[in-house]
Design a protein around this ligand. Structure first.
Ligand SMILES: *Cc1c(COP(=O)(O)O)cnc(C)c1O
Length: 387
């Protein structure tokens, strides 16, 4: 059998080291499973990695929670509009809706696949209050253009950094340009804690509010209530949520953070190998990283144009699956989902770049856990399928 794999190559399988396993066991033995000292350390160390002061980081239990709380902290009112990209995960748009605002989509640039600043400008109305750019696949958005637009129109800026922990734009970390940056530690992301997220913010009062809202709206660090400092009374000062990260999850994150750079190097190497191996195929390959920026290499996405490739994207995914290669789709454009079409009357054709990318895109495995043989299997399978 030529090129056949026995084991299915799971898309986005995380790389878990012995250090994480030992730390989780230690948490279990300590019997402090909830929010506690390891979360506090994880916040400090994550902030240091992103080059911001420790009090600017607040851990939560998902990026969805981070986006929701950040948008709540923007104090939006019904009818207020928030501009985002149609080429994103549904959580970006859901968070805008749950924060009480109306999402407005601006199309992406066909090459960078990030929000096109000109399309953002064109989508601004007197009701626009905030922008939520997504650093797609880990490639930074044009932060000079977006921060200029935000400043000129008095808009809040909330960066969706779910793909972008290692992303830098002219030396500065993604997630530190605007009012808030929201990160994901979901199982397929560059740093995993099972479920988890982080908010970086610049306004101390807003960060206090986000910490409070993440824990029922209680007035002080409620996790200290059960510590050896003695019982502390708390007051609920605002109706909040249950969005706190656990020490069990932070235990994994602390060691993932230590290997973040090594894992980034590994993904960069795999990304380059794919670029070289697929150069002669009829696929559209991802754009090379821009100079003076750092791409996080979270996703490796190719476009399968049926006219050039002689097969549809879904046939391509199916053929890879038959060869036991797991794939992903990032993303079917947001207005293709019935929920948003029905609610906002959106027609996918109104955002043609996102529509076309969403129908042609395929994500190949790009995890630091891939061995050289796995990468060779992916390359062989893609070349065979298209050859
Ligand atoms: C994964 C992801 C999210 C949601 O992250 P969770 O931690 O799973 O809530 C939001 N936005 C984008 C672009 C994502 O890829």
């Amino acid at each position: 059998m030529s090129g056949g794999r026995e084991e299915f190559l799971v898309f986005g399988a995380p790389q878990i080291g012995e250090a994480e396993i030992a730390e989780v066991v230690e948490v279990l033995r300590s019997r402090w499973l909830g929010t506690g000292p390891r979360v506090a350390r994880f916040e400090r160390e994550f902030a240091r990695y992103e080059g911001v002061a420790p009090e600017r980081a607040a851990a939560v239990n998902s990026c969805t929670a981070a986006l929701h709380l950040s948008l709540l902290a923007c104090d939006l009112s019904p009818g207020d509009e928030v501009i985002t990209t149609p080429l994103t995960f549904c959580a970006t748009v859901n968070a805008i809706i749950h924060a009480g605002a109306t999402p407005v989509l601006a199309d992406v640039d066909p090459v960078t696949m990030n929000l096109d600043p000109a399309a953002v400008e064109a989508a601004i109305t007197p009701r626009t209050r905030a922008l939520v750019p997504v650093h797609f696949a880990g490639r930074p958005c044009d932060m000079e253009a977006l921060t200029t637009i935000a400043r000129r129109h008095g808009l809040k800026l909330v960066e969706d950094c779910a793909h972008a922990i290692e992303t830098r734009w002219r030396g500065q970390a993604a997630g530190t340009f605007g009012d808030f940056g929201c990160f994901s530690f979901y199982v397929t992301k560059n740093l995993v804690t099972g479920e988890g997220g982080m908010v970086l913010g610049r306004d101390p009062e807003a960060m206090d509010r986000i910490r409070r809202l993440a824990l029922h709206g209680m007035s002080q660090d409620a996790w200290k209530r059960f510590s050896d400092e003695g019982y502390r009374h708390y007051q609920v000062v605002e109706c909040g949520y249950k969005y706190n990260l656990t020490d069990l999850a932070a235990a994994i994150g602390l060691h993932q953070l230590e290997r973040l750079e090594a894992n980034w190097e590994r993904r960069r190497e795999i990304w380059r190998r794919y670029q070289e191996a697929f150069g002669d195929l009829p696929l559209v390959l991802p754009a090379e990283p821009e100079p003076d920026t750092r791409h996080a290499f979270h996703l490796y996405t190719v476009l399968v144009d049926p006219e050039r490739c002689g097969m549809t994207r879904d046939a391509f995914l199916g053929a890879l699956h038959e060869r036991r290669i797991g794939t992903g789709v990032h993303y079917l454009s947001i207005p293709e989902h019935p929920c948003y079409r029905e609610r906002f009357g959106w027609r996918p054709e109104a955002w043609p770049n996102a529509l076309r990318i969403g129908r042609q895109t395929a994500s190949l495995p790009l995890s630091a856990a891939l061995g050289d043989a796995d990468v060779a299997d992916v390359i062989h399978a893609v070349r065979t399928v298209l050859g």
